[in-house]
Design a protein around this ligand. Structure first.
Ligand SMILES: [Zn+2]
Length: 313
């Protein structure tokens, strides 16, 4: 006789769903170029009405980068701003005529920002209706920014394709390194920075014994050296703790914290983080002297503690 638990399956029926959303790689942020940041600040500063603008957006890994912003023709009142289709079309036409990359930039105008002047940065009913309109254009995503004169800048990222809206998304200013400076700095570096062994301690010894290079004692720094001569030997500096893992040598991209101006609330240190481009391995832009930066032996990568450990692949 066989003994079996193989009972007949019940038909599948929907249960009470959790409907949770888990973010795999961190919540997308809004990155802002210094140029776009300055332009938006000036627009907000100048306008005493609800002026709006559009911006060109690109993807940086999981994040969204506002590269440039553009004012377009509009009718404003104290409490509303209307970006007319004609105004937007004129802007795109102008870009295509005046810039070789105008077509590309015009196709990436996926950021709409506007000033609430002295009011809070929560969206109005009209602001929400505007975003629903963009959704009906079958766009993949769109970013909305609401700013005010109190130094507040609030972004929402609408991920239309996945039906997710990121409310009050984290933002940071993103400053790619200007590599065009490199050759000039390299030349200066070669001229001024020399590798030499024992130079520091022999310099100290010379000071103690009164011997050594005469050019040194003639310098302005040593003008009073006879009266301020050291009498005690100087203890050697503590040896530097060895640093095991190789570090990224040439940082090419980094985020600068928000430059504090009178009218902008400074960003707290946890917000002004180093931007880690997930495609970089090892990630660039790390300052290994930054206490926030740590080596993760598990993944073999450097990472920002604020941003979190990279995934081990
Ligand atoms: Zn508004």
């Amino acid at each position: 006789m066989t003994y079996s638990y193989n009972r007949q399956a019940s038909p599948f029926i929907p249960h009470t769903f959790q409907k949770k959303v888990e973010i795999l790689d961190g919540i997308p942020r809004v990155l802002i170029s210094p140029k776009a940041y300055s332009m938006m600040w000036n627009i907000v500063d100048i306008g005493d009405q609800e002026v709006g603008w559009l911006g060109a957006v690109s993807r940086k890994g999981r994040d969204f980068m506002i590269e440039e912003v553009f004012l377009c023709k509009q009718k404003v009142t104290g409490t509303t701003c209307e970006l007319t289709p004609t105004g937007i079309a004129e802007l795109v036409d102008g870009l295509c005529r005046e810039r070789p990359d105008g077509m590309d930039v015009g196709s990436r105008l996926l950021f709409w920002g506007h000033s609430h002047v002295n009011m809070g940065t929560s969206p109005s009913g009209q602001d929400e209706a505007q975003m629903a309109l963009f959704e009906s254009q079958e766009l993949e995503f769109f970013i909305r920014g609401i700013l005010n004169k109190n130094g507040r800048m609030e972004f929402a990222i609408f991920l239309y394709e996945s039906g997710v809206k990121i409310v009050d998304a984290e933002w940071a200013i993103y400053q790619p390194v200007d590599k065009s400076l490199r050759s000039a700095i390299e030349a200066e570096f070669k001229e001024k920075v020399q590798t030499q062994s024992d130079s520091f301690f022999s310099g100290i010894r010379d000071t103690l014994t009164g011997s050594g290079s005469s050019s040194r004692s003639k310098s302005a720094w040593n003008a009073n050296s006879s009266s301020s001569k050291l009498t005690k030997p100087v203890a050697p500096a503590k040896p530097v703790a060895p640093v095991a893992p190789a570090k990224p040598v040439t940082p090419t991209e980094a985020v600068t914290p928000v430059a504090p101006t009178e009218s902008v609330t400074p960003v707290t240190p946890t917000e002004a983080v180093i931007v880690v481009d997930p495609s970089d391995n090892p990630p660039k832009g790390f300052d290994v002297n930054d206490p926030d930066v740590e080596y993760d032996p598990e993944s073999g990568q450097w990472y920002s503690k604020t941003v979190g450990k990279p995934n081990a692949h």
